[in-house]
Ligand binder design. Structure first.
Ligand code: UD1
Length: 417
């Protein structure tokens, strides 16, 4: 069985370059099916979720090649409109193909998506919105059969600012006649990145990054070249790891604005933060102090994806922290594993109370989801002794060269196959 082995207790120091954002690259790759041609997508990290998305593209008929961190996606041939369940189940964002395939083929057959188990992750908002745009969607034998001969722009209000639903609407609305206005849209930077890519293809989308997005549908689209934004959660992971070990690091190739909520909390923890153009330096105190409380919120609030990382970091701290998870109800899975390392955490539904310990100790633990798995790495780096992290495949969904980068920062970490 493969595992990551860490001998912890060494302060991290040095510089790490942050790769492209998983949550931006996945919808952008899906969007390449909207129009035939050769799309050049730069800054695509080699992650298992990216490989699965490439498999879906190939299943649909695209030809995909990788040159370094660039993916060249040729969607010029005959494209299919069916994605088998075995691929849909591998990741949640496979649902974004629904809007993209509908835009190109006017029909799509896909199953419900999979992804990390973070509690119920329904797709009701996606379906409701696409129906409002004129799509007919039926469920048959676990598959969604979608038809849309005449998509028409309309006003769509999202009850929850869902990232995926906002993206799916943007894609389908590009192919609709007339104007679509999404209100209460998600404001995550990855939405803006997708809109920028679509606009570089010839779409007319304004307001992305705000809660009202306007899409003027029907513009002819053509293949484009695009560079994906940096991964703000990967940046947060290295910063938390440095903070937890009393280290000092610089993350480069980041967008500092995207990290505002995370940096504000790290600063409350006693870390000295210096922001420069596209880089952030952090100097941690010997032991971090509690920031009091953290509550996850849609962007620009504190990201749910960074919550487990802070849970792990604050397990070794001075003081007690209240962490409230408002987005996904099963996102405290790492807590049970952290207890094995000496953490004092109690979880009641959506609230975790973290009583900071002076020391964590290495143990045998198991990753259960992507960010929870990364959180175990953070704790292991801060703990005394040896930690074995089983099921590391969850972690490789979102982190490229994790062990290599951490070794460069002075960590004693290795993958054992
Ligand atoms: C995306 C990110 C994920 C991040 C999340 C919130 C990708 C690939 N993943 O996930 O890393 O944690 O945003 O920032 O970009 N909901 C419904 N009905 C729906 C859709 C969503 O009730 O049809 C609910 C979800 O259960 C959840 C909330 O809305 O409670 C937010 O989910 P959403 O923003 O859609 O997350 P994802 O797009 O799946």
């Amino acid at each position: 069985m493969s595992k990551i082995v860490v001998n912890g207790g060494k302060p991290l120091s040095g510089v790490v370059k942050i790769h492209g954002a998983k949550n931006a690259v996945l919808p952008i790759l899906a969007a390449t099916v909207m129009t035939g041609g050769v799309h050049t997508i730069q800054n695509c990290p080699a992650l298992s979720d990216v490989s699965t998305t490439v498999e879906i593209l190939q299943e649909l008929g695209a030809r995909v090649e990788r040159e370094g961190d660039t993916l060249i996606v040729d969607t010029g041939g005959e494209m299919q409109s069916f994605i088998p369940e075995r691929l849909m189940r591998k990741l949640r964002s496979s649902i974004i193909f629904m809007g993209a395939i509908l835009a190109r083929k006017k029909e799509a057959k896909i199953s419900a998506p999979g992804g990390c188990e973070l509690g119920p992750r329904p797709i009701d908002l996606h379906i409701k919105a696409l129906r409002e745009l004129g799509a007919q969607i039926e469920e048959e034998h676990g598959y969604l059969i979608c038809r849309a001969q005449n998509l028409k722009g309309t006003d769509i209000h999202l009850d929850i600012p869902s990232v995926g639903a906002t993206e799916n609407i943007m894609l389908a609305a590009c192919a609709a006649k007339g104007t679509t206005v999404i209100s209460n849209a998600a404001r995550e930077p990855e939405i803006e990145d997708l809109a920028n890519y679509l606009n570089s293809m010839g779409a007319r989308i304004s307001g992305a990054g705000t809660s009202t997005i306007v899409i003027e549908g029907g513009s002819p689209l053509s293949a484009a070249e695009y560079r994906v934004m940096p991964d703000r959660i990967v940046a947060a992971t290295y910063l938390c790891a440095a903070a937890a070990t009393g280290g000092s690091i610089t993350v480069t190739d980041v967008c500092t604005e995207h990290l505002s909520a995370v940096l504000a909390v790290l600063s409350d923890c006693g870390c000295k933060i210096k922001k420069e153009k596209n880089k952030v330096s952090l100097v941690a105190p010997q032991i971090i102090k509690s920031p009091g409380s953290i509550k996850t919120m849609p962007y620009p609030g504190f990201p749910t994806d960074a919550q487990s990382l802070f849970l792990a970091m604050l397990a070794k701290s001075d003081g007690t922290t209240l962490i409230t998870e408002t987005i996904f109800e099963s996102r405290f899975k790492a807590a049970g594993e952290l207890l094995r390392m000496g953490a004092k955490i109690s979880v009641d539904s959506r609230v975790a109370v973290v009583k900071g310990s002076k020391k964590l100790s290495g143990a045998c633990v198991t990753a259960q989801d992507l960010r929870g798995g990364a959180a175990l790495v953070v704790a292991a780096l801060a703990a005394e002794g040896r930690t074995e992290i089983n099921s590391p495949e969850f972690i490789y969904r979102g982190y490229e060269k994790l062990e290599e980068n951490l070794k460069t920062l002075g960590a004693d970490i290795a993958y054992e196959g």
